[in-house]
Design a protein around this ligand. Structure first.
Ligand code: ZN
Length: 257
């Protein structure tokens, strides 16, 4: 089976529509949370996602927009956008967001969470240290995550692996490494290794590349293709402007920061 795995759409319909064009052939879409927040089209993004066979888990913005978590923990811009989103949500969207689980195991050997297996809502896995700690909090071969908006693979070596000589992977005894992804390339998950894979963000990339990010996962081969696609950023920015969403949130889309 082939699965389109996406995260952090953030109400950016123009970006999401472009990604969807590339996911037409997949068997199911797995969305790792933050369907809403930041962007100008929360309801439309939920509707589009719901029109496909899909699974979705909750992100911090999804829960913030419906009042399930405290917005005091958000940055000011995020809070303003989240409050705006909350006011915009239709009853149908509200209902959709209220029923999202925090974690899913859709097939053997796969875990889906928004932030991290240890703290699905809030933790950002940004280093091999964070990843190393999190490998103890799930049992499947791979956990797919979002939340940081930065695509990356954390690979944990089998217990008896001798680490190669070369740059240190961190503190002594650490057996996990970070691997960057190359656009359009296939990454195969190796036998005996375990993985935490961040699929990047559809609607607000933060790795310096403004193009929308997603992967297509093949559950038979245990491999995935990593993709970035351009979308009409100005379309989203104009809607954000007319809704008076914070200026930095508009600006950052141009640069992918
Ligand atoms: Zn997010």
């Amino acid at each position: 089976m082939r699965y389109g795995i996406i995260a952090d759409i953030h109400g950016n319909l123009a970006a999401f529509k472009e990604v969807i064009k590339h996911l037409r052939g997949v068997d199911q879409i797995w969305c790792l949370g933050d369907v809403v927040g930041y962007g100008p089209d929360p309801n439309e993004c939920i509707e589009l996602l719901a029109s496909f066979s899909h699974l979705c888990i909750a992100g911090n913005h999804d829960l913030g927009a419906i009042g399930k978590i405290d917005l005091d923990d958000f940055s000011l811009d995020a809070r303003i956008a989240c409050e705006w989103t909350g006011r915009e949500l239709t009853l149908q969207s509200l209902n959709y967001l209220q029923n999202l689980p925090l974690e899913l195991n859709p097939i053997d050997d796969v875990t889906l969470v928004h932030g991290s297996p240890r703290n699905p809502i809030w933790e950002y896995i940004i280093s091999t240290w964070d990843a190393e700690a999190n490998f103890h909090h799930f049992t499947s071969k791979v956990a797919f995550v979002g939340h940081t908006h930065i695509p990356i693979v954390f690979q944990k070596f089998p217990k008896d692996t001798r680490l190669p000589a070369g740059p240190p992977t961190g503190r002594a005894g650490q057996v996990c490494q970070a691997i960057g992804l190359e656009e359009g390339k296939v990454f195969t998950l190796r036998e005996g290794f375990r993985y935490i894979i961040n699929v990047g963000s559809v609607g607000q990339p933060r790795d310096g590349n403004p193009k929308a990010s997603f992967i297509i996962f093949d559950s038979e081969k245990f491999s995935f293709e990593y993709h970035r696609v351009s979308y009409p950023i100005e379309e989203t920015q104009e809607k954000m402007e007319s809704n008076k969403l914070p200026a930095f949130l508009i600006y950052r889309l141009t640069h992918g920061i």
